[in-house]
Design a protein around this ligand. Structure first.
Ligand SMILES: [Zn+2]
Length: 143
């Protein structure tokens, strides 16, 4: 994404998914970041939760096109995510917050000793929203 403010297509899932997914969006909409994620039926960006067999990933971010018209889709793999019964809702939120991080230009496993939502293996029962490092990172990128 070229901009920290964008819309995604509305999605409609059962309450087990909808709430945790909405929480991921709203958890990025915090001051002091320039991030503002909304929903709009005309948005080019999409978030889809579905069963993707034969793969190990929980979430997948895929950009399309080039800046400034770049858009993305995010896939949540319900097949793999559903294997987790331990704080399932927070796991869904954590994975979507992470994938949205990619849409905000953040990269995997940043070189830092601080906690980051972009690091693999973060305990999702405790850390499932953007961390201070991530907020600083976004502010640095768009500031
Ligand atoms: Zn990632």
């Amino acid at each position: 994404m070229a901009l920290p403010s964008f819309a995604v297509k509305p999605y409609d899932y059962n309450s087990q998914w909808q709430g945790p997914m909405d929480r991921a969006l709203s958890s990025w909409n915090v001051t002091p970041t320039p991030v503002w994620i909304t929903k709009s039926s005309s948005a080019p960006n999409s978030i889809v939760a579905a069963q993707y067999p034969g793969v190990t990933w929980f979430g997948l971010y895929t950009p399309h096109g080039s800046k400034p018209g770049r858009y993305f889709d995010i896939k949540l793999n319900s097949l793999n995510l559903s294997k987790t019964t331990y704080y399932f809702d927070r796991f869904v939120t954590q994975v979507l917050v992470h994938e949205l991080g990619h849409s905000l230009s953040l990269v995997d496993n940043p070189v830092t000793s601080q906690r980051s939502i972009m690091t693999y293996g973060l305990d999702h029962s405790l850390y499932y929203v953007p961390q201070q490092y991530d907020i600083n990172d976004v502010n640095n990128y768009y500031g």
